[in-house]
Write a protein that binds this ligand. Structure first.
Ligand code: FES
Length: 96
């Protein structure tokens, strides 16, 4: 179960609307889960990068409009969204 969501707020991700992504998570977050703007997550150019903890599931190129579905599916139901998973760290079939 996700307890913390990190949304990169460093330069490159900010240019790709990560501030809006962070705000969207803050609006849709369920009780018991924290979201925080993080420093660079080391994956610049693939942002906005989002890291779900403690399970270490990475999402890339997240758009603000996609956040409600991420909260509903990943955070509430425990089902990753394969289309948004960061392929560098996760297999194509969505398995971390
Ligand atoms: S700026 Fe976001 S991963 Fe580096």
């Amino acid at each position: 179960m996700t307890s913390k969501i990190c949304v990169c707020q460093h330069k490159t991700c900010r240019k790709q609307r990560s501030t809006e992504v962070l705000a969207a998570f803050q609006q849709h977050l369920p009780d018991g889960v924290v979201v925080e703007g993080s420093g660079c997550l080391g994956q610049c150019g693939n942002g906005p990068m989002v890291l779900m903890l403690p399970e270490k599931v990475w999402y890339c190129r997240v758009l603000p409009d996609e956040v409600p579905a991420m909260v509903q599916r990943h955070v509430m139901q425990g089902q990753p969204l394969p289309a948004l998973l960061y392929r560098k760290f996760h297999l194509v079939n969505g398995t971390p």
